[in-house]
Ligand binder design. Structure first.
Ligand code: ZN
Length: 331
């Protein structure tokens, strides 16, 4: 919120295909920054997902030529059922060994992914419970927070659950075992951030991700992935998961960018889409590879137009899924 960045100019409608050089660059360089530069260089996406009717494909064609069948995934309209996830994914066939795009091969059998939908729609009614302080290793923090919302009242907690459901569907289609830290179930608040980490640890998860959207100022745009910083204090010791989490986060950032066209944050992370933090209990206490993703800024009109659109949330889930699948296959 205290970060001020340049206004984001929506990209112009993209040209239909990109060349092999772009494909090679996007595949080889994990950083979202270069990915974004490449993305902008070839014209970007249609931008306004709120309109929803663009025929422009998602930018996943950068991943590999064989993923072009996913181009139809941007179905028109915003009225998708919230848990519809991923019908298109089943049509994706990626026979190329080593390609970073996922295949519908069920190759993640035996892999466990824990998805943490940030906040809880019921937190607003349980302020005493969620304000309780919990130990995050290098300090104490609130058990949980309410999260943010769009100016029209679409809450971050609703958003994170919806994206998490879509992501679960996609990962299960790949054969992974998926667990959510909560599903808006009883008790209808939390769990606390330390418990959210423990659920991933005890699963034990091969990869864990916490889904969020930010609440910054109008004009602040874009996504960022939060990586654990080095914390060795109290019950926290992130040192064993730093490298693996960084790998996971870079893959998620790259694939999220490709699938959604959402730019890396213009207000944090210096355009890389990556931020390292040591104050988040959900990361500090994790013993498994874990990242957070802030999918966009709910308080920005352009970002919120995307975040409130079911078709865009499906792209978001697809991007996150591709990053996790890539990590689990190659790590
Ligand atoms: Zn959040």
């Amino acid at each position: 919120m205290s970060y001020v960045g340049p206004d984001f100019e929506p990209p112009q409608p993209r040209r239909p295909r990109r060349g092999p050089l772009t494909v090679a660059l996007a595949a080889l360089v994990p950083g979202a920054l270069l990915g974004w530069l490449v993305y902008e260089g070839v014209g970007g996406s249609g931008g306004s997902d709120a309109a929803g009717a663009h025929s422009s494909p998602s930018s996943s064609s950068a991943v590999s030529s064989s993923s072009s069948s996913s181009s139809s995934s941007s179905s028109p309209g915003a009225g998708e059922p919230s848990s519809a996830g991923g019908g298109d994914d089943a049509k994706r066939a990626d026979p190329t060994p080593g390609a970073s795009a996922p295949a519908g091969s069920g190759s993640l059998r035996g892999k466990v992914v824990v998805i943490d939908p940030g906040h809880n729609p019921g937190n607003f009614r349980h302020t005493a419970e969620i304000n309780r302080q919990v130990d995050v290793g290098n300090g104490r923090k609130e058990c949980d927070t309410t999260g943010t919302s769009t100016n029209d009242g679409y809450t971050e907690a609703e958003f994170t659950l919806d994206v998490s459901h879509r992501l679960r569907t996609l990962l299960e289609q790949q054969g992974a075992t998926v667990r959510l830290t909560h599903d808006n179930d009883s008790p209808s608040w939390g769990p606390c951030v330390d418990e959210r980490a423990r659920i991933g640890n005890t699963a034990p998860a091969d990869a864990a991700i916490s889904i969020h959207a930010d609440g910054a100022a109008e004009g602040d745009r874009g996504f960022h992935v939060i990586l654990p910083g080095s914390v060795h204090a109290g019950a926290a010791d992130t040192r064993p998961i730093l490298d693996s989490s960084s790998d996971l986060g870079q893959r998620v950032a790259g694939s999220f960018l490709r699938e959604t066209g959402e730019p890396p944050s213009n207000y944090i992370g210096e355009g890389t889409g990556l931020v390292t933090r040591t104050d988040l209990g959900g990361l500090n206490l994790s013993t498994v590879p874990k990242v957070f993703i802030e999918c966009g800024n709910m308080r920005d009109s352009k970002d919120s137009a995307r975040l409130t659109t079911g078709a865009w949330r499906q792209k978001a889930a697809q991007g996150i899924s591709e990053g996790i699948v890539s990590f689990l296959r190659e790590s």
